[in-house]
Design a protein around this ligand. Structure first.
Ligand code: CP
Length: 315
């Protein structure tokens, strides 16, 4: 099945292949200028996005292809009641590859049933965001030189944060990674993610203090509180601003710790940290574009790729 629904169902060899490809493109982007001549990418975004949608569009344009799609379903026939099945069936006839974001968990997997072309999950509700994980692990590979033996702190909305779920599930596949799960009790990581850590034999700790947890981390992955996924504004107000990375806390961190964030940031990292050499979140977004270029190429050109990737592994 040539889809990317959940990065963590791929073997580490397959994942490493995407990273290698992304690095090759980074070194020599001009070599890939015509790699997707004549190909069309559809970006169907039922939820807002800046990075994911535009970096996919940029990736395809840099590969010589073209893009179609919508960034607001209300400007498409979805507003008239068209079903996901009908929309995907039609777009699958127009495009060679579909990148989809949707507020409902499992939608990308469902879309892969209806499309005759590869489908990429660009975020399905609070579930998974595999191409953000690609951006994250390419950053780790380039900036830390490894995807194993890392002590990774993840902080913020660990309940609703699909980027966190994808990242933990993927890094759990590599040896000797340990995790510090920093959140309020209400926004703890879902039990199925804990289950995956335990099944993979990963060490993990639960913390309610960023100031305490930061001292021995190799990586700090900050996340936004996902306002749009709260039942009420009152519940959101109670959770926002609980964890803020500022200079005082950063002073307690190791000199070579790196700070990642999938973005957008609201106020969980103060802007005076942006110039710190450890702050890599903007670079991380750039790595993401190369990861998406590599993914498009492998999905469209490598017949041997993704044969083991089953879209219905819901974990
Ligand atoms: N990281 C991420 O998914 O950003 P966007 O919501 O802007 O795409």
């Amino acid at each position: 099945d040539k889809n990317l629904i959940d990065l963590s169902v791929m073997s580490t060899e397959q994942i490493d292949k995407i990273i290698r490809k992304a690095k090759k493109i980074m070194q020599s982007p001009a070599d890939y200028r015509h790699a997707c001549d004549g190909k069309i990418l559809a970006t169907l975004f039922y939820e807002p996005s800046t990075r994911t949608q535009m970096s996919f569009q940029t990736a395809m344009l840099k590969l010589g292809g073209r893009t179609i799609g919508f960034d607001n379903p209300m400007n498409s026939s979805v507003s008239k009641g068209e079903s996901l099945k009908d929309t995907i069936t039609i777009v699958g006839e127009y495009a060679d590859i579909i990148a989809i974001r949707h507020p409902v968990e499992g939608t990308a997997a469902a879309a892969s049933l209806y499309a005759g072309v590869p489908v990429i999950n660009c975020g399905d509700g609070g579930h998974l965001h595999p191409t953000q994980t690609l951006a994250d692990i390419i950053t780790l590979s380039c900036e830390k030189g490894r995807l194993d033996n890392l002590r990774v702190g993840v902080c913020g909305d660990l309940l609703n944060g699909r980027t966190v779920h994808s990242l933990i599930k993927t890094l759990a596949k590599y040896p000797n990674n340990s995790f510090v799960l920093i959140s309020t009790k209400e926004l703890s990581v879902p039990l199925y993610v804990i289950d995956i850590l335990e099944k993979n034999g990963c060490k993990y700790e639960i913390s309610h203090s960023l100031a305490d947890a930061i001292t021995d981390l190799d990586v700090l992955y900050m996340t936004r509180i996902q306002r749009e996924r709260f039942a009420s504004e009152e519940d959101y107000q109670a959770q926002k601003n609980v964890f803020v990375l500022d200079k005082e806390k950063l002073d307690k961190a190791k000199e070579n710790m790196i700070i990642l964030h999938p973005l957008p940031r609201v106020n969980e990292i103060t802007v005076d940290i942006d110039d710190d050499p450890r702050a890599l979140y903007f670079k991380q977004a750039q790595y993401g574009m190369y990861g998406r270029m590599a993914l498009i190429l492998l999905l469209l050109q490598d017949d041997e790729f993704f044969v083991e990737n089953r879209p219905f592994v819901v974990s």
